[in-house]
Design a protein around this ligand. Structure first.
Ligand code: GDP
Length: 310
């Protein structure tokens, strides 16, 4: 990927997409197409195809499609599944039709079976039932993964798939109904600190374990695999360590500076018991995450405070 190649980030308004745009610009890539609201309506096949015909991007990062935390998956399963199926089908087909040199599709760690061996390895995909709280979204992401593999097989195109750890960071969704755990707890802790509330609710037992990746690090990993990876096998994009939701909540509490109690609400679901990726293939290619979890959380909290204050 050369600095003046045309690059399209499909989903540049998402957490990961906006981090990718920052990362691309900071690494000197100057020909980004479809930025801001100048991109196509990804849910409309004709709009996507017209855009690709007009702009002829060389490289595509497909990081679009709605996503959400455990409750969003329960409240909006049709919306999440439909949105992802539409967006990925349109972008992958137009990328093929208009001769895109390489495309990276981001799948999801939800697509691994609920009880797959940990840390999660690619050969566990499709070996068992999915976590019931997010089956529709996970099936859509599995469809995207296999669509890339199928285009690669049938049309010999360089379409690759990354499976990221749970991403969080600057520009995240902090709305309690739809957010993932880190932005949701930052929001609750900040509010409770401001209003001197004695406790906050943390959903579930606190025992599930998750591996997290800072969106800016994930964006860097996406650029890295675009340059150094070409294979029909998906590649896990992680490299951090996992921690329990209880440990995470304690860490967030310390970063926010909240003195109250954590109240575990076991009427809410736990989701997957453990999600940690085996990122050995990525690490052995020479990539490493740059940001420690605590610093990444501090940067996210600072962004939230500035935005909320603003
Ligand atoms: P998941 O990784 O797909 O399960 O997505 P989430 O980030 O939504 O949830 C991760 C874990 O954090 C689950 O066990 C949740 O029950 C737990 N959790 C604890 N408190 C919260 C909260 O306030 N919001 C969310 N989304 N999850 C929470």
């Amino acid at each position: 990927m050369e600095q003046n190649d045309k690059i399209f980030v499909a989903g540049n308004d998402t957490l990961i997409g906006s981090a990718l745009v920052r990362q691309l610009k900071s690494q000197g890539y100057s020909s980004l197409v479809g930025q801001g609201d100048r991109g196509p309506d990804l849910r409309d096949a004709r709009s996507v195809d017209t855009f690709f015909a007009a702009h002829k991007p060389d490289y595509v990062f497909l990081v679009a499609g709605e996503s959400g935390g455990i409750l969003a998956n329960q409240h909006y399963p049709a919306q999440l599944m439909r949105d992802n199926l539409l967006v990925q089908t349109h972008v992958i087909e137009s990328a093929y039709r208009h001769g895109v040199r390489k495309l990276l599709y981001l799948a999801s760690s939800c697509s691994y079976p609920k009880h797959a061996a940990q840390p999660l390895q690619i050969d566990s995909l499709l070996t068992g039932p999915l976590e019931p709280t997010n089956v529709p979204y996970s099936v859509a992401k599995l469809a995207g993964l296999h669509l890339c593999q199928a285009y690669r097989q049938q049309y010999q195109v360089d379409f690759i798939v990354g499976i990221p750890a749970n991403a969080f960071g600057i520009g995240d969704d902090f709305a309690l109904e739809t957010a993932h755990v880190i932005p949701a707890l930052i929001h609750k802790l900040h509010w409770a600190k401001l209003h001197k509330q004695p406790s906050i609710d943390v959903w579930g037992t606190g025992q599930p374990r998750r591996e997290f990746v800072f969106a800016d690090d994930l964006a860097d990993a996406c650029l890295f695999v675009m340059q150094h990876y070409s294979n029909s096998l998906p590649i896990n994009l992680g490299g951090g360590t996992d921690l329990s939701i209880r440990e995470l909540a304690e860490l967030l509490k310390a970063v926010v500076g909240y003195q109250g109690r954590l109240n575990f609400d076991t009427s809410k679901p736990d989701g997957m018991p453990l999600k940690a990726l085996d990122s050995t293939p990525l690490l052995s290619l020479g990539w490493q995450p740059q940001t420690a979890l605590e610093s990444a959380i501090a940067a996210t909290y600072q962004w939230f405070r500035e935005t909320a204050d603003g």
